[in-house]
Design a protein around this ligand. Structure first.
Ligand SMILES: Cc1cc2nc3c(=O)[nH]c(=O)nc-3n(C[C@H](O)[C@H](O)[C@H](O)COP(=O)(O)OP(=O)(O)OC[C@H]3O[C@@H](n4cnc5c(N)ncnc54)[C@H](O)[C@@H]3O)c2cc1C
Length: 294
């Protein structure tokens, strides 16, 4: 365990200060020890995956951060006549690597992950998806550490799939360590066709820039990006934070943004949408540390 560990290089916005303690467990048992250590020290626990959907505060965070990057084992098991395949993957496995493996093995179902950064654990925690597709129906079991620092397993009957919401009970699960996916053999042409379709949906997103994906969730039946665009948010700037000119739901770190700049810009956009459309946008990004309005 390390103390006062900087988090700036561990998130895609490239902002933020240090956390009180930082742990990088390699096994589920080590992850449970990390959770136990946070509880023992009475520290708030934050789990960090790829850092592609979080805003980390500039001020030192009086909390324990457990980084899942090293929970990265992958095991593939064929069953029946080989058509049905189970993949057990650690929470820290990058979704890019997981997608590449499924393409290689001719397994369909995860094409929606095309162009999405981050880890399997983070993707599952936020029920990441694209074009109406996601993990629902593909995850058979989740292994986790609970809030008593015990390792537990949850079957699919315990999952609740809602738009961009954690499918496991957050009052029970502190940290996901791995999960079992069940995927079906699919013709390669079909997989590539789907990948092309999902890649097409990424057009208009500011790829190659420092962002954390969509800042706000889409309200039911509406597009947060369109609401923000109609308010004239594109191009708005506070310090080094700027609303992307290509997609109003993305905020870019234009070089030297602080997380305070990003947060103030997010809040300004939210207020504008509330004023013009009467819609109170809900954050999709998660916050590490404390953020207060001015
Ligand atoms: C360019 C770009 C494009 C994107 N496109 C999409 C998209 O199309 N669709 C979409 O839904 N998202 C998209 N995102 C957002 C983001 O990539 C996803 O939400 C991603 O799945 C987050 O994974 P992560 O590992 O980076 O999670 P992090 O950002 O590290 O964490 C996100 C949340 O999950 C929690 N968490 C992470 N790992 C665990 C774990 N093992 N156990 C418990 N909690 C955990 C964290 O505490 C935090 O609350 C995009 C982001 C970028 C930068």
């Amino acid at each position: 365990m390390q103390r006062d560990h900087p988090l700036k290089d561990l998130n895609t916005w490239g902002v933020g200060g240090a956390c009180r303690t930082y742990d990088l467990p390699r096994t589920a048992e080590e992850a449970s020890e990390s959770v136990a250590a946070a509880l023992d020290q009475d520290l708030r626990l934050y789990v960090l995956g790829g850092g592609s959907n979080v805003l980390v505060s500039d001020e030192p965070i009086k909390a324990a951060v457990v980084h899942t990057e090293k929970l990265d084992l992958i095991k593939l098991t064929r069953s029946g006549n080989g058509e049905s395949i189970e993949i057990e993957a650690g929470a820290g496995v990058s979704v890019k690597k997981l997608l590449a493996l499924t393409i290689e093995e001719r397994l369909g179902g995860l094409e929606f992950l095309t162009g999405i950064p981050g880890t399997l654990g983070g993707a599952l925690w936020g029920n990441t998806g694209a074009g109406g597709c996601g993990f629902s129906g593909l995850i058979k079991e989740v292994s986790a550490v609970d809030w008593n620092a015990r390792t537990i397993r949850l079957g699919e009957d315990l999952f609740e799939w809602r738009y961009r919401s954690c499918p496991v009970d957050e009052s029970i699960v502190a940290l996901i360590t791995s999960c079992v996916l069940s995927l079906k053999t699919t013709p390669k042409e079909m997989i590539f066709k789907n990948i092309k379709r999902f890649a097409g949906m990424k057009k208009g997103q500011p790829l190659g820039r420092k962002t954390a994906g969509c800042v706000f969730k889409n309200p039911p039946g509406m597009s947060a990006g369109r609401l923000l665009d109609e308010c004239g948010c594109k191009g708005m700037r506070i310090g080094g934070a700027v609303v992307s000119g290509s997609h109003a739901n993305f905020i870019e770190n234009d070089g030297d943004a602080s997380s305070r700049d990003i947060y103030r810009l997010c809040e300004l956009c939210r207020e504008m949408v509330l004023k013009l459309h009467g819609v109170d946008l809900e954050y999709e990004i998660k916050f590490l540390g404390n953020f207060k309005k001015d």
